[in-house]
Design a protein. Sequence first.
Length: 89
Amino acid sequence: MKDINPAPGSNSFSAFWSELCAYARQGMAAMRAMSWPMLLGCCLGLAFLITILPLAIMLFALVMLLRWASNSDDTSADTEAANSSRSPQ
């Protein structure tokens, strides 16, 4: 007996899985066509993208956040000093 109410998303998952398998087959065919030095270069580039680049971006964001936090303390102190140096009128 055929199910008249299929599970929601089952068709989209099947389509997604078949496209993912097609991309994997295409990638494997491209890797088989590569020479050893080119394959090594691609592996090193992928390792760089996966590990070093996110680390550098995170450290850059952390340094910018620390600089922003240290500058916000200085500006409040400068504002208080400027307000206290004014003579009351």
